[in-house]
Ligand binder design. Structure first.
Ligand SMILES: Cc1cc2nc3c(=O)[nH]c(=O)nc-3n(C[C@H](O)[C@H](O)[C@H](O)COP(=O)(O)O)c2cc1C
Length: 178
């Protein structure tokens, strides 16, 4: 079974959860990267505006093709009660292509459900599971039990993934002997 954990992280919290999850699942890790940076107060304001307006910023080329995985786990920070704009771009780019997905988000306190709704809409697929991790729990390292449960669920989902689309097999014919 092959699992990809794709995530966007502006300040490192979602990245920490993604890395811990990938280690438990023996999964490949794919940071979602943009062509522009969004640090500082200007980056914060831009992030807020983009999340509210449903903007989809340009992403850098990816190193992992999600089509090759039984399960793609996608992580996002919550921005103004919405999915982060780079994750919206990622999901939209793979709409109709990812066979099986699960979502997680990190947040200060509010907005997880609407962020998950945004993710469903952008990907056009119902995820097998959604999990929210609060900054407070992550900082206090009290999120590990939830992380283990989430990982166990994802492992089981990946094992019963719908069949992969295989490349056409070569036309091998039994040679005829006279
Ligand atoms: C622009 C912006 C908007 C945010 N909006 C929310 C919000 O609506 N609800 C919430 O609970 N947390 C909100 N947060 C907090 C982040 O979701 C939270 O700190 C998250 O863990 C950050 O993840 P990161 O370090 O991977 O970027 C916001 C953070 C930023 C930068």
């Amino acid at each position: 079974m092959r699992i990809l954990v794709a995530y966007y992280s502006r300040s490192g919290i979602t990245r920490g959860v993604a890395e811990a999850l990938a280690a438990r699942l023996d999964a490949d890790l794919a940071p979602i990267e943009e062509t522009s940076q969004r640090q500082g107060i200007r980056g914060y304001l831009r992030s807020a505006l983009e999340a509210r307006r449903g903007v989809m910023p340009e992403l850098l080329p990816e190193r992992h093709d999600p089509l090759r995985y039984d399960l793609v786990v996608i992580g996002t920070p919550v921005w103004f009660g919405h999915v982060s704009s780079p994750v919206r771009s990622y999901l939209h780019a793979h709409r109709g292509a990812i066979r099986q997905a699960a979502f997680f988000c990190t947040l200060g306190g509010r907005g997880a459900e609407r962020a998950f709704d945004d993710m469903r809409d952008a990907l056009g697929l119902e995820p097998v599971h959604c999990e929210a991790f609060l900054d407070h729990d992550i900082a206090g390292e009290t999120h590990y039990a939830a992380l283990e449960r989430f990982a166990g669920f994802l492992r089981a989902a990946a094992m019963i993934a719908p069949p992969a689309r295989r490349p056409e097999s070569p036309d091998v014919r039994t040679p005829r002997h006279p």
